[in-house]
Design a protein around this ligand. Structure first.
Ligand SMILES: *Cc1c(COP(=O)(O)O)cnc(C)c1O
Length: 385
């Protein structure tokens, strides 16, 4: 069955008792045992919970994995994955990384003896140079956020396998609708489901998808032992949001492509970073490994003084710090999402004070362009005075 059909049908044929087309929220933490040594399959909700299970089974299949684990946030999912490693282990990680992941590795995991080296994961020489006998895994984001750098997933998973390493891919920006890293050799996929999968800026959630029996069994132990699991109400909201993922991603993509093209020739704009643009350095790889493009892109204005008036003047577009929802949001990475990354690393990858990130929603593209244009116009006038 095609992915659109599987998404629309999540949970809709699971309740055989009542035939409910919308899968119920099982608000229970304990489940009766039929007899000594027997179980309905559910015992205690941290370990397994019916509404969460419906979501997890659907997600495992969508990402072509063997198991999925729903967590209370994307960071909870990352923490659960990092707990797979032991003191002394080393990870190789994408340089242009989500700020929260960097903070978790540097401020917390480092205290438990798990270290990381940040490299351009698309460069096999850099990967090779950072490999140590303690290296256990490569963690990549593709595209990266906010600079939208593309990593060739198959190239990295091939290299990782030949060196006995796991590959972990943060697939938040593309979702399984556009990209399925496990089909390209990845072992673990992680999502901040708060973003496109939930899609409505109203549920915080994370997902881990694993490939392989042994790894899936290990992750089940970590998920249950750490306990940062997703509750039944949020599991329901996430599964409900995912039913429209295909429609939303198509609209996010077409809106973002139109607006990115519009900004290319705008007098206030110095650069646009979006892998759907043919002169983006990752364009060919992106075309090969994904069936579409995300709805966020970044751009640099010509003068850093434009930033404050733009963020003040946008009306339809909200100045807010997330991405992936139906509503358009704009953020300023240098002081918000990426503030925890040291300035020298931020500057080395190009996250500077002229960079804005735009999570394009599903509003009408004409309204979004009009809103952006009037804000840019006011910013240019104000600075010219
Ligand atoms: C938001 C985000 C996270 C963290 O997820 P939360 O749900 O906010 O905890 C991790 N990775 C990426 C790429 C993100 O955008």
């Amino acid at each position: 069955m095609k992915i659109e059909s599987r998404l629309a049908q999540i949970g809709s044929q699971k309740d055989n008792v009542t035939g409910a087309v919308s899968f119920p929220i099982y608000q229970a933490t304990a489940f009766r045992h039929p007899a000594l040594g027997e179980s309905t399959g559910f015992d205690y909700a941290r370990t397994k919970s019916p509404t969460r299970s419906v979501l997890e089974e659907a997600v495992a299949e969508l990402e072509s994995g063997d198991a999925a684990f729903a967590c209370s946030s994307g960071m909870a999912a990352l923490q659960t994955i990092f707990a797979y490693f032991s003191s002394g282990d080393h990870l190789i990680v994408s340089l242009d990384l989500y700020g929260g992941t960097y903070r978790l590795l540097e401020r917390i995991m480092s205290r438990f003896g798990v270290t990381a080296t940040y490299v351009d994961t698309n460069d096999l020489d850099q990967l090779g140079a950072s490999l140590t006998p303690q290296t256990k895994a490569v963690l990549i984001e593709t595209p990266t956020n906010p600079l939208m750098m593309i990593t060739d997933i198959e190239k990295v998973t091939g290299w990782a396998k030949s060196n006995g390493l796991l590959t972990i891919v943060d697939n938040t920006l593309l979702t399984p609708y556009f990209q399925r890293p496990i089909e390209l050799g990845a072992d673990i996929v992680i999502h901040s489901a708060t973003k496109y999968l939930g899609g409505h800026n109203d549920v915080l959630a994370g997902l881990i998808i694993t490939k392989g029996e042994e790894l899936s069994a290990q992750m089940a132990i970590l998920h249950n032992s750490i306990g940062a699991v997703l509750g039944p109400q949020d599991s329901f909201l996430l599964a409900r949001g995912m039913k429209t993922l295909a429609l939303r991603m198509e609209r996010h993509q077409s809106n973002a492509t139109a607006i990115a093209n519009h900004l290319l020739t705008h007098p206030a704009i110095a650069e646009v970073y979006y892998p759907a643009l043919p002169d983006h350095p990752g364009y060919d790889v992106q075309q090969r490994q994904s069936s579409g493009n995300t709805g966020i892109f970044s751009f640099k204005v010509k003068d850093a003084r434009y930033v404050a008036p733009i963020l003040r003047e946008v009306k339809l577009i909200a100045f807010a710090e997330s991405l992936g929802g139906v509503e358009s949001l704009m953020t300023y990475p240098a002081v918000q999402t990426h503030a925890d990354i040291p300035e020298e690393i931020r500057r080395a990858v190009g996250v500077d004070d002229r960079l804005l990130r735009f999570s394009v929603g599903i509003e009408h593209v004409d309204d979004l362009i009009a809103d952006l244009d009037q804000a840019l116009e006011k910013a240019m006038q104000e600075i010219a005075q």
